[in-house]
Design a protein around this ligand. Structure first.
Ligand SMILES: NC(=O)c1ccc[n+]([C@@H]2O[C@H](COP(=O)([O-])OP(=O)(O)OC[C@H]3O[C@@H](n4cnc5c(N)ncnc54)[C@H](O)[C@@H]3O)[C@@H](O)[C@H]2O)c1
Ligand SMILES: O=C(O)C(=O)C[C@]1(C(=O)O)C=C[C@@H](O)C=C1
Length: 351
């Protein structure tokens, strides 16, 4: 097996391209990066996401441009670097594979899709560990085994879980696990429109959990919806049929029970942290004064007790000088942590 890392060039220095650049450079890869926007390119280079290709020949090109441009930039890259393997990270895979095949160089193209991201765009939000322990889909299409091997070294270096899929099957699946959830989150958030600010301030953790991705920029999602329209509409029809059943039911309680029961069953199938089986962490919710340094104290006391924090959620309480911080810990450690934090003077809230 070839143990040298491929000289890697990234085209597109936004959130995903710059995150890949930082992550691969941290693993010792020789990474260069470019962007059509000189400011985005300069920013990415200044934060360590890659250097200047300066006429060198890459072994591997990663295209990380908006989905609507990905097919064209993949085709251009196959022509521009006739010996390089080319991959892309666009959220929809079949149209990009078609564009690559149309060049006649499809055996050097492998589709990729890291199943991790953020609700912010641009290199400023880049994080080198964004993809760690997340699924990374590889769509080999008509590529050679050697090309697939080179591309697979990227998720391997970034410690992702590699999942190999056919491009159309990928597009059908992500319509349900990613694209429709974005539309649903935005629809729930948009329904707040008739409320005044005081009413919105009643929001608890439920609304926050359901609407985090409603803060996303529409540009990428408009592209995704256009490229994956048929699968997205099929998924939205499924959701609309379920909502219609609730609306038309003679007993709305019965209809809601059915919907929630089915949802409970399916949500238990979503893998949890590190891609493993979903773990049932227990929450320990602490009332934290809204003054500098308190969160640090809380985490220091937790560490002193030898308890690992598996996840953390912070909820600010409008009009209150306190916030609620929920520490998610192993069930076997929750009671011990709550008691220990009380001894340290913290007030534990019911959770
Ligand atoms: N944001 C996410 O959560 C996420 C997650 C996984 C995959 N993706 C996919 O990654 C890709 C990039 O998304 P992002 O969030 O990094 O977007 P972004 O808007 O942050 O960055 C895209 C960058 O591409 C540049 N660009 C546009 N056209 C170009 C061209 N022709 N040549 C060179 N540069 C060009 C833009 O100037 C911009 O800097 C998309 O295809 C998206 O579907 C996004
Ligand atoms: O976590 C987020 O902010 C995302 O929306 C990331 C997310 C997703 O999980 O749906 C969004 C689109 C990408 O194609 C891959 C990942």
């Amino acid at each position: 097996m070839d143990t040298t890392t491929p000289r890697t060039h990234i085209v597109g220095a936004g959130l995903i391209g710059a995150s890949l650049g930082i992550g691969l450079a941290a693993e010792g890869w020789d990474v260069t990066i470019e962007d059509a926007d000189p400011d985005a390119q300069a920013l990415a280079r200044s934060i360590g996401a890659g250097g200047d290709l300066a006429g060198a020949t890459p072994d591997l090109v990663i295209v990380a441009v908006p989905p609507s441009a990905a097919g064209r930039v993949v085709a251009d890259s196959l022509t521009r670097w006739p010996t390089a393997v080319v991959t892309d990270v666009a959220s929809v895979k079949a149209p990009i594979a078609e564009a690559a095949d149309a060049t006649g160089a499809g055996e050097r193209y492998v589709g990729s899709h890291p199943m991790a991201g953020r609700e912010v765009s641009g290199g400023l939000g880049a994080q080198g560990d964004l993809f760690k322990a997340r699924p990374w889909v590889i769509c080999p299409n008509g590529a050679t085994a050697a090309a697939v091997d080179v591309v697979t070294r990227v998720p391997a270096a970034l410690q992702c879980d590699v999942v190999t899929m056919e491009a159309h099957a990928h597009d059908a699946a992500v319509a349900r696990v990613s694209h429709a959830p974005q539309v649903a989150a935005s629809a729930v958030a948009a329904a707040l429109g008739i409320l005044d600010a005081d009413d919105v301030s009643l929001a608890g953790q439920g609304l926050r959990d359901v609407t985090r991705i409603a803060a996303s920029s529409p540009h990428m999602w408009a592209d995704i919806a256009r490229l994956n329209r048929a699968h997205l509409i099929e998924t939205l029809d499924h959701i609309i049929d379920d909502l219609d059943e609730v609306r038309e039911a003679s007993d709305i309680g019965e209809a809601i029970t059915d919907l929630i029961e089915r949802g409970r069953f399916e949500v238990a199938r979503i893998p949890g942290k590190h891609g493993g089986a979903k773990r049932d962490w227990l929450p320990v919710t602490v009332i934290v004064p809204d003054t500098p340094g308190q969160l640090l104290r809380l985490l220091a006391h937790t560490a002193e007790e030898g308890v690992n924090v598996e996840d953390i959620a912070i909820e600010h309480s409008p009009r209150q000088p306190v916030g609620l911080t929920t520490l998610y810990v192993l069930p076997s450690r929750a009671a011990h942590l709550a008691a220990a934090l009380e001894r340290h003077g913290w007030e534990i809230a019911a959770s």
